[in-house]
Design a binder for this molecule. Structure first.
Ligand code: SF4
Length: 329
C-alpha cells in the first residue's frame, strides 16, 4: 500500500518538525511574542511514527522546526532514521532545514549519522540586514560558516532558502545571485506566504517570481533548468552555466497539483497541507494504545482527505490554524 490522496497524488515526502523552539526571531515568521507553544515527543516516538509512514511509501524525510538543531539527541535520531529502508529497499533521502546558526558544529556528525542534504534559511548576504531580519545579533558569520561546513562535509547540493519581503530584502536578489556563483550553492527565493504569527501578510509585500526573474535577467541572462513535477522550485542558471537559482512561488505560481508532501508537527499531529485548518492527532492515538496497523490505517484515511490546494488571496481564504514556526517548513 502506497500513500495517495483522493486527487491521485502520490505522497512520498514527510516533513517532521521536532521542535517549535527557535533561536532566531525572523520578522516574517515570529512577529508576535509567542515562544514555543507545542510539546516535543521523545525521538523514539517520532521514529515509530516515521517508520509507519515509510511502510506506506514515504521516501524522503525532512527534519524541520522551529530550529531542529536545538534538539539534543538529533544525531542519534538521524542515525536511527538512516537504518530505515523504503518500500524499494533503498535508504531514505534524509534532509534537514535549519537556520544554520549551529550547523558548523553539528554538520560532520550529522553527515556521518546518515544525513544527505541540508537546506539553510538565510534572508540576506549582508550582516547588518541579516541582523535586522533575524533580530539576533552576529548571526551572519555563524550561518555562513555553517553553509561552508555543509559543503565541506559533502551534503550536496547545499541549498539556501531566502524569503523575500518587499521593503526588507528585495535588494538582495542580485547579491544572492553572486553568492550562488561564488559559494557554489543553490539559492532559492521563496514568495512570502501568509503563515506568520502576527498576521502582517498582504499581497503587496510579496515579491513575485516575475519580479525576481526580471531582476536576475538585469544581472545576467537566465535560462531555465529541468525539474521534476513535485519539486517546489523552478530552477534556473545563468547564460554561462555558473550558479543555480530556484524560485518557489506558491502565491503567484502555485504548485499544489503535484504536491507530494505531508507533515508531522512537533507534538505528533499530521497536517496534510501547510494551509490546513485541521490537525490530525496521530500521537494521541499512539499514546492511547493504538497498534501500528491502526495508526497506519489512520494515516491512510487522513492523507486521503488531503486538500487539493491552497486558496491564498482568494475571497474567503482562511489563515491556517498554525503559523509556520509551529508547523515546520
Ligand atoms: S499549499 Fe498545500 S497542497 Fe499546496 S503545495 Fe503546499 S502543502 Fe501542498
Amino acid at each position: 500500500m502506497r500513500l495517495h490522496d483522493k486527487h491521485g497524488r502520490a505522497i512520498t515526502d514527510l516533513r517532521v518538525s521536532i521542535t517549535d523552539r527557535c533561536n532566531y526571531k525572523c520578522v516574517y515568521c515570529r512577529t508576535g511574542n509567542e515562544g514555543a507553544l507545542y510539546s516535543e515527543l521523545p525521538f523514539s516516538d517520532y521514529l515509530r511514527l516515521v517508520r509507519i509512514f515509510v511502510q506506506l511509501g514515504i521516501e524522503k524525510v525532512r527534519l524541520t522546526g522551529g530550529e531542529p538543531l536545538l534538539r539534543n539527541g538529533l544525531v542519534d535520531f538521524v542515525r536511527d532514521l538512516a537504518k530505515l529502508r523504503t518500500l524499494d529497499n533503498q535508504p531514505l533521502d534524509l534532509a534537514v532545514t535549519t537556520n544554520g546558526h549551529l550547523l558548523s558544529e553539528l554538520v560532520q556528525p550529522l553527515k556521518e549519522a546518515g544525513l544527505r542534504r541540508a537546506t539553510v534559511s538565510m534572508d540576506a548576504v549582508d550582516a547588518e540586514k541579516f541582523a535586522r531580519i533575524t533580530r539576533v545579533p552576529n548571526g551572519y558569520e555563524s550561518v555562513l560558516a555553517g553553509i561552508r561546513a555543509a559543503k565541506r562535509a559533502g551534503l550536496e547540493p547545499v541549498k539556501v532558502n531566502c524569503v523575500l519581503l518587499r521593503g526588507f530584502n528585495e535588494d538582495q536578489i542580485v547579491e544572492f545571485a553572486r553568492f550562488s556563483r561564488e559559494e557554489s550553492v543553490v539559492v532559492r527565493f521563496i514568495e512570502f506566504m501568509p503563515l506568520e504569527e502576527d498576521r502582517v501578510w498582504s499581497p503587496h509585500v510579496v515579491v513575485t517570481m516575475d519580479e525576481i526573474l526580471e531582476k536576475l535577467n538585469q544581472f545576467r541572462p537566465v535560462r531555465q533548468l529541468p525539474n521534476t513535477p513535485s519539486e517546489t522550485a523552478r530552477r534556473y542558471t545563468f547564460d554561462d552555466g555558473k550558479g543555480e537559482i530556484g524560485i518557489i512561488a506558491p502565491v503567484s505560481h502555485p504548485f499544489c497539483g503535484h504536491c507530494s508532501r505531508v507533515r508531522l508537527t512537533s507534538d505528533g499531529k499530521v497536517r496534510t497541507c501547510l494551509f490546513s485548518l485541521l490537525d490530525h492527532d496521530l500521537a494521541g492515538r499512539m499514546y492511547r494504545g493504538a497498534s501500528d496497523a491502526e495508526l497506519s490505517d489512520y494515516v491512510c484515511s487522513v492523507v486521503d482527505q488531503k486538500e487539493a490546494r491552497h486558496h491564498i488571496g482568494e475571497p474567503g481564504f482562511v489563515k491556517p490554524s498554525r503559523s509556520m514556526v509551529h508547523i515546520g517548513g
